[in-house]
Design a protein around this ligand. Sequence first.
Ligand code: SAH
Ligand code: SF4
Ligand code: F3S
Length: 473
Amino acid sequence: MANYINNEEMARVSGFYELLREENAAFEAEHGRRRRALVETHGCQQNENDSERIRGMLKEAGYDFCTELEQADLVVFNTCAVRENAEDKIFGRIGILKHIKEKENPDMTIVLCGCMVQQEHIAEKIRKTHRQIDLVFGPHALYRMPELLYRSYNSRKTVIDIENTDGAIAEDIPVMRDAAHKAWVSVMYGCNNFCTYCIVPYVRGRERSRKKECILAEIKELAADGVTEITLLGQNVNSYGKDLDEDIDFADLIRMVNKVDGIERIRFMTSHPKDFGERLIDAMAECEKVCPQLHLPFQAGSDKVLADMNRRYTRAEYLEKLNKAKERIENLAITTDIIVGFPTERQEDFEETLTLLKEAEFDMIFSFIYSKRVGTPAAEMESVLSEEQKHKNFERMLELQNEISRKKNEAYVGKVCRVLVDGESKTDKDMLTGRTDTGKIVNFPGDSSLEGKYVEVEITKAQTWSLYGKMAD
Ligand code: SAH
Ligand code: SF4
Ligand code: F3S
């Protein structure tokens, strides 16, 4: 049974909202305006979801929000540790913040939270060399943010809370959602898989599932607020329920979510291939609200590399499961994650990644060059290929996949698709952007009043990454 943070502890933490509101009222009395906060998110959807909770807590504590670093009294960077370039980018952003704090706004409060700072060597580096940072806390301490923030306002030193509890679940943290019509819903946290390259299990703790009652109550509330599309989140949603007392798995859960009135589209991510199976394929095929979209990361095409990665499936098993899903679910769009240049990957292993891409024909891939992560088993392995060769391989792979993605998108031309409108296109104010049930981005002319609505769009043009169309009569 997953460990829940008990009511007394949640009530204790809630007590700090009042104290923060008092501090913030004093600030407002002095400056004639409220304190302004800015939350910047790095990393995956799980972090996006956490940032919505961070904003929810800050709103509860009496903050306004702004979009420019220069205007912020409080800046929160919600960080990611998955690859070195993610961390480099965050340290670059910290450099900019320190400059603003030193030159323009010495009273600015800087908070770092999330996966990157959960690593001890990073927390240590910040403590030693980045003293301008006021508060540092990891994913396990998220729910304690009001307390930690209050403590940091009243401390001259950097407050650091990266206690590793392996994780417990905190329900009822206030949330401030980014969009009105779609929402992330975490169904479980953490990961037990320990793929040899990956830092996530070390920073996010062990797998723990939320109770179905909590998940369904949240989704019903979202539906009552006008949300029609939800994405169920977990590092490996196929493990859902394994740690609960009750006999329930992810397939059961999506069948329950499928019955919630008002919800029209259900997506989920991520599925681990080792636990992906017929029960989930059946549920996807039978539940009309579950979108025909499957993200199933294969990571590497060779059995040797898969074994060294501790993925616990073979290429043949992966393809068999994928093909079953394609057969059972009409119009299924498939996406995947791939790592190029895992230390033990030889040239012939990489070639097997290419043949898998040709065989599977993914709509889109998310691909990464292997990045060494401190404390993981793969960090101790010698690299077979040179960095130069890894980059060459990576480029070759992208070239191949771009062709496949374009071909798959071209098959949409002439079709009429139901699109949920996200809003105005960022690059062209006269265009709207939205997504098909298969997750394809569609751009088309239309009025911004259609945001959050479903419209029928005839696809007229396809590019590698997106589709173009016009509203059907
Ligand atoms: N839980 C998800 C993925 C989480 S991380 C899953 O198992 O599918 C997202 C992706 O980042 C992974 O699928 C993997 O492709 C990539 N990744 C993780 N660690 C990495 C590393 N050390 N170097 C390069 N890519 C990595
Ligand atoms: Fe990382 Fe593997 Fe867990 Fe995904 S399943 S989060 S890749 S350890
Ligand atoms: Fe996500 Fe990055 Fe953490 S990918 S779980 S934010 S390490």
